[in-house]
Write a protein that binds this ligand. Structure first.
Ligand SMILES: [Zn+2]
Ligand SMILES: [Zn+2]
Length: 264
């Protein structure tokens, strides 16, 4: 199984999860031309994608759903609350789900998370063919025990590292926005992400991809430096990188026997 972040952050999120047989996107916050171009960089045609699993209804995660469904007839799966929160033209294409579902050869577990949306979800995804497990969590204010338990022992971890708490505190955001971002239903700070990686990472962890970095209150260097303690001093080398904002990230994981992890 390999994972490529096609874009990450408030300008649009979409994560390709590909086990060689089944391909899904976690979120589709990019327009169809961008999706098609960035999938091509990953060697994937849109007609090879089966479904979008949606974390929550915020526009940076859903902007491209309507057009993608129209162009490529992708399935759209989300929590019932997220489906209700989608605009009407997207809602009629979406299927409400909960718990564990199957999409092709992927087992997909939906885990509730804390964020200021209707019913936000993180996804734990297991490849039936290889047994590899991935956790993908976008936009959450604090990790729950349930999320830690569900992600424990994953091979590939994609987790938000939204802001540096100090940069947020001293940065240009108005006070109400600072409070919102830092709240329990806002976004994870680098320090929270460090603690989360340490809590869920076991000997099977191979790669960590940091998602949804704030353009104002974080940088890839700051985020990676703040979290690297969670992946160093492990028996196996664990790659750590920050997803790019407006371009596909280097793939993490293993695909057709080829190691694709890129260390920074
Ligand atoms: Zn959000
Ligand atoms: Zn977001």
């Amino acid at each position: 199984m390999r994972i490529v972040a096609l874009g990450s952050g408030s300008s649009g999120n979409a994560i390709l999860v590909d086990d060689g047989t089944t391909r899904i996107l976690v979120d589709c916050g990019l327009g169809p031309r961008t999706i098609k171009t960035r999938l091509a960089v990953a060697g994937v045609r849109p007609d090879q994608v089966s479904a979008i699993v949606v974390t929550h209804e915020h526009i940076d995660h859903t902007r491209g759903i309507g057009q993608a469904v129209k162009n490529w007839q992708w399935q759209v799966i989300a929590s019932a609350g997220t489906v209700r929160g989608l605009p009407a033209e997207m809602r009629r294409h979406a299927t409400a789900a909960q718990g564990r579902i199957q999409v092709g050869e992927l087992d997909v577990e939906m885990i509730p998370v804390s964020h200021d949306a209707a019913e936000p979800i993180a996804y734990a995804i297991t490849s039936r063919s290889s047994g590899m497990r991935a956790g993908v969590a976008h936009d959450l204010g604090e990790p729950s025990d349930q999320l830690v338990a569900a992600f424990q022992g994953v091979d590939l971890l994609c987790i938000e590292a939204n802001h540096c708490a100090e940069m947020l505190k001293h940065g240009p955001y108005p006070p109400f926005l600072k409070d919102r971002v830092a709240s329990k239903t806002g976004h994870l700070s680098n320090d929270q992400t460090l603690a989360f990686i340490a809590a869920v990472g076991t000997a099977s962890l191979r790669a960590v991809l940091l998602l949804h970095l704030s353009e104002v209150n974080n940088t890839p260097e700051v985020a990676c430096n703040a979290t690297k303690r969670a992946v160093t001093h492990r028996a196996r080398k664990v790659s750590l990188a920050a997803a790019l904002r407006r371009a596909p990230s280097a793939p993490i994981g293993e695909y057709s026997g080829l190691q694709l992890a890129l260390a920074i």
